[in-house]
Design a protein around this ligand. Structure first.
Ligand code: GLN
Length: 288
């Protein structure tokens, strides 16, 4: 790839990879090249800029080429580096879990705001995946205790690692099972969930990158609302009086999800919160 036979430097390999990714249709070619290289060199991205002339060692070059190949095969950057930042914390991710999205920070921030003033709140995260939601809530609420459920044992392994990494594992119980089933008989001050919400017919239209994420974490049934129906239907049974249910929703789903509480006697819809792009992203309910 380097015609002059000059050794590859940080600067020259970033230029080459940026162009290569662009030709291959990778969405953020230069950014991805930098994130992958900084991961392999184990330094901050800014450090690449002040060391442009530094030659790469053969083992670094080998590792980088492997990473570039994976990215061109549309593996998301976070699966290649094995980590992702969320709410200012570092999370491990593998293809067993959905990659935490900035959208979900809106959900976490909304819950933090609403729980202000609760002493020692008990929290439940349904479909925890990487644990990003419950771990970042616990990290920001030092007196809170959490329970997190996932149907996937592989996801729970990652959530456990992330709880340890972010020092909240002593306050978090992890359960394998289907939604509320493993926490039968317990009640909470807040239930939080980012369930699978992509309508089945839209799955094929997702980017190749998103399609490498677990189907189990994406597919929400014919209209995408299957999990909300079950979560809302049983929420009151698992909430203390005054307790909250907050869920992330996909585009154009908020009104339909809010309406699910209409026939419920003990659960009322209280608020829809928009994300930074103005999309209705979070629906909040309260137990009366
Ligand atoms: N936010 C994800 C996406 O748009 C979907 C996550 C989910 O189904 N909860 O790809």
């Amino acid at each position: 790839m380097n015609k002059t036979n000059a050794p590859w430097t940080i600067g020259s390999i970033l230029t080459w990879t940026g162009q290569y990714f662009a030709e291959k249709g990778v969405e953020n070619p230069r950014l991805d090249a930098e994130v992958l290289l900084s991961h392999i060199l184990e330094r901050e991205r800014i450090q690449l800029y002040v060391n442009f002339d530094q030659p790469l060692q053969p083992h670094e070059l080998t590792a980088y080429r492997e990473a570039v190949k994976k990215r061109v095969a549309r593996m998301p950057v976070a699966y290649i580096t094995g980590c992702r930042e969320f709410m200012g914390l570092e999370f491990c991710v593998t293809p067993a879990v959905l990659i935490p999205r900035p959208d979900t920070e809106i959900l976490v921030e909304a819950v933090l705001k609403k729980l202000h003033g609760f002493d020692q709140p008990a929290l439940l995260d349904l479909g925890t995946g990487s644990g990003a939601i419950i771990v970042s809530l616990l990290a920001n609420l030092p007196t809170a205790a959490g329970a997190a459920v996932d149907i996937s044992d592989n996801a729970l392994d990652i959530a456990r690692q992330n709880a340890e990494k972010n020092q909240v594992s002593s306050r978090l119980k992890l359960y394998q099972g289907d939604l509320y089933q493993p926490v039968k008989g317990q009640t909470f001050d807040a239930i939080i969930s980012n369930p699978p919400y992509i309508p089945d017919s839209d799955i094929q239209e997702l980017t190749q990158e998103v399609r490498q994420e677990p189907h189990l974490a994406l597919a929400g049934g014919p209209d995408g609302l299957d999990f909300y129906r079950r979560i809302v239907r049983d929420a009151a049974q698992y909430l203390n009086a005054g307790g909250l249910l907050a869920v992330e929703v996909g585009i154009h789903q908020a009104q339909a999800v809010a309406a699910l509480a209409q026939p419920m006697e003990q659960l009322v819809f209280i608020e829809i919160i928009k994300d930074y792009s103005g999309i209705e992203r979070v629906v909040v309910f309260q137990r009366s």
